[in-house]
Design a protein around this ligand. Structure first.
Ligand SMILES: [Zn+2]
Length: 288
């Protein structure tokens, strides 16, 4: 399995926490019909995107990117010791994630920036870890970059009723003074930019990297299954604004279609990374 990619002057590592069955395809994608699922079942099973019970298989991972100047971690996965409704995530204590980070050659002190494409539970988990009964930043030297619009959205939600991942994985970073709230014009050095991609959440961003051009793009949750490149109109039930998510998905896929940009998805099955190519009136993410 490919865990490391090089493109331009970037080195990209995948840190996998789980690759597992998630939610039945017909439930996760409310616009999906049994007929369309049947037409796509064979290749999806082959690609390990669908299991024998028609449940979607997803990868949960971070990307760690070395630019010539910085080491940047994108999306911090699920985390440990956190009460979560999903049994596979609830109060887990395994060392898979930190072991994966170590195997890629990184200590937690090596991360200069943590960036979150959005503030959902499986993208903020390792922002913090439990130390003497308190949530502390896992990456002690990192600046944590949050999109201001996304942060404001969850601040508002959390004021109405506590949002656990925001409370245990985002606010402790703020309390430790390690965060930066940024607009969509924010850049880090000459290698890292933000691409607003609203829909899944209101302030969802993709992160583009490369000097002067997008050698790689980290697409976060603007899509979850390779089925959505073929049917960009299919939004998932967790998309806050399904119509906006569908529009964002098609324009993102069109933007990178037939370019050399490496598309690094958050949740596609391994290898999770590929180049967007046209197929009929839609797209595929072709492994490299
Ligand atoms: Zn996600």
């Amino acid at each position: 399995m490919s865990l490391k990619f090089s493109v331009g002057d970037l080195t990209i590592h995948r840190i996998i926490e789980q690759e597992t069955s998630f939610v039945p395809a017909l439930e996760m994608l409310p616009g999906l019909t049994a007929e369309v699922l049947a037409e796509n079942r064979a290749w999806m099973r082959q690609a390990k995107a669908l299991d024998e019970q028609d449940v979607l298989l997803l990868c949960f991972q971070s990307y760690v990117v070395k630019t010539p100047h910085h080491t940047i971690l994108i999306d911090s996965c699920i985390g440990n010791d956190k009460p979560r409704p999903r049994p596979k995530w609830n109060m887990k204590t395994d060392d898979t994630y930190l072991r994966g980070l170590g195997a890629a050659g990184f200590a937690v002190e090596d991360i200069d920036f943590v960036m979150c494409t959005h503030l959902h539970v499986d993208h903020v988990g390792w922002n913090t870890r439990l130390e003497n009964g308190r949530w502390v930043p896992t990456f002690p030297k990192a600046r944590y970059v949050f999109a201001r619009q996304e942060f404001d959205h969850w601040t508002e939600q959390n004021a109405k009723a506590q949002v656990a991942p925001f409370a245990d994985s985002v606010l402790p970073v703020v309390e430790a003074g390690r965060h930066e709230l940024v607009g969509n014009d924010h850049e880090i050095g000459d290698h890292v930019r933000i691409l607003p991609t609203p829909g899944h959440t209101p302030g969802h961003i993709a992160v583009t990297m490369g000097r002067g051009k997008d050698d790689a793009v980290f697409s976060g949750d603007l899509m979850h299954s390779p089925l959505q490149t073929l049917y960009p109109e299919l939004s998932i039930k967790f998309d806050v604004d399904p119509a906006a998510a569908a529009k964002t998905r098609r324009s993102f896929l069109e933007r990178y279609c037939d370019t050399d940009t490496l598309c690094c998805t958050a949740h596609f099955p391994s290898p999770s990374v590929g180049k967007i190519r046209r197929k009929g009136n839609a797209f595929v993410c072709e492994s490299i």
